[in-house]
Design a protein around this ligand. Structure first.
Ligand code: GLY
Length: 394
């Protein structure tokens, strides 16, 4: 009896190790994403209706106008799927769903989301097909984003609307780190040199004021727009001012990793590693975080697949920058653990048009809770493509 028990234990250990060492089947999940995208394109051919999330029980996406902050993700998904499949129909569709976002470049009241909107759509498109029509749109959008920079503070004003609505003077949110890539890119591709300095200054100021001593992050820092003094540190989508909102922490990993790629400044690499370790070390057993790491009823809280997808994508890139082999492998394996869990436990069964289930948009106001959300799919697909490139040494 004792020997049978021992044999069963050995089999379990062996099966677990084997699973961890298996190469992630990126083609399987990219093909599934492609199939889901084609199904949705048959269902909705109106490029002015931008998919955002799926209500419980619905088959398809609830749509928003192209002015919504999430409107760049669907064309971005199509560009990634074109990159993967080289399917000319997908390329045509990617272009079709990208063009309506042109208006973002000079909108009357810009906010930091311009990067999500225009760089994911026109930016990915330009990278892949070099359409000369796209370039000035990207550069003008970068100018609009940079116009929100306040040199007294050293950051971009993220949400101009919140100045009146919440009395949040010069507010900067951690999500804003994601939109610096547009500025770096513009400064190197015919845009203003100054955008590079704006991005670096924003990231350094964010590093000082958003990142806590335990390397978790605040969601929002509010500054005095004249003196640059920090007035308050607070939250919008997280559980509490001092908690670690999962997607915010994922944005931080991604944003600081991008800053290192674009500048080569060690301080950004170290910060990316620090915020990543804090995220990874606090993940639950299935590697997908609850919507906030400090949510009070954990483990009876909702998971956020979108935070997991953003982090996985960032961790793959981060791991490739780390020279120490063991350390690099640790970050890479953490990304694979997350991706494997998303692929095996969070993947749509095909009964709706999404790729991933179980994301959380804004729990404190009960909005988009435990549903598929378009940006979870975008970063999941991006992560799969990044991993596929690593596997194939592209
Ligand atoms: N503002 C982007 C997000 O909800 O994460």
């Amino acid at each position: 009896m004792k020997y049978i028990y021992l044999l069963i234990c050995l089999c379990i250990v062996f099966a677990t190790c084997k699973n961890n060492n298996q190469v992630l089947d990126t083609d399987k999940y990219l093909n599934f994403s492609l199939q889901q995208a084609k199904r949705y394109l048959e269902y909705n051919d109106d490029e002015l209706k931008s998919p955002r999330y799926i209500k419980p029980g619905d088959v398809s996406w609830t749509t928003k106008s192209v002015n919504n902050w999430t409107s760049g993700f669907w064309p971005g998904i199509l560009w990634y799927l074109y990159e993967y499949s080289e399917d000319s129909f997908i390329r045509e569709q990617a272009n079709k769903w990208t063009l309506p976002l042109e208006g973002a470049k000079n909108r009357e009241r810009p906010n930091h989301d311009l990067g999500f909107m225009v760089f994911n759509s026109f930016g990915n498109g330009y990278r892949l097909v070099n359409d000369p029509f796209y370039l000035p749109i990207i550069l003008e959008t970068a100018d609009s984003l940079a116009s929100l920079f306040n040199s007294n503070v050293g950051t971009i004003l993220s949400w101009p609307w919140a100045i009146e609505e919440y009395d949040w003077n010069h507010n900067t949110i951690i999500d804003n780190m994601m939109n610096l890539e547009l500025l770096f890119w513009a400064s190197k591709n015919g845009g203003k040199d100054h955008h590079y300095d704006v991005a670096v200054t924003h990231a350094l100021t964010t590093m000082r004021n958003h990142v806590r001593s335990d390397y978790s992050t605040y969601h929002i820092v509010i500054y005095d727009s004249l003196s640059g003094d920090v007035l308050n540190k607070t939250k919008y989508q997280g559980y509490a001012d001092n908690s670690m909102w999962s997607r915010g922490q994922a944005w931080a990993i991604y944003g600081f990793t991008t800053c290192y790629r674009e500048t080569g400044m060690e301080v950004f690499l170290e910060t990316a590693k620090d915020v990543a370790k804090t995220f990874i070390n606090r993940l639950p057993d299935d590697y997908v975080p609850y919507w906030d790491f400090d949510a009070p009823n954990t483990p009876n809280e909702y998971k956020d697949a979108s935070a997991a997808a953003v982090a996985a994508s960032a961790l793959i890139e981060l791991s490739a920058f780390i020279e120490d082999k063991n350390e690099s492998e640790w970050f890479h394996q953490s990304a694979i653990n997350i991706l494997r869990s998303l692929s095996e436990n969070y993947l749509s069964d095909g009964s709706n048009h999404a790729v991933l289930w179980h994301s959380v948009g804004n729990l404190p106001v009960n909005s988009e809770v435990d549903v598929p959300i378009i940006y979870a799919d975008y970063y999941f697909i991006e992560a799969l493509l990044r991993e596929r490139k690593l596997q194939n040494n592209f």
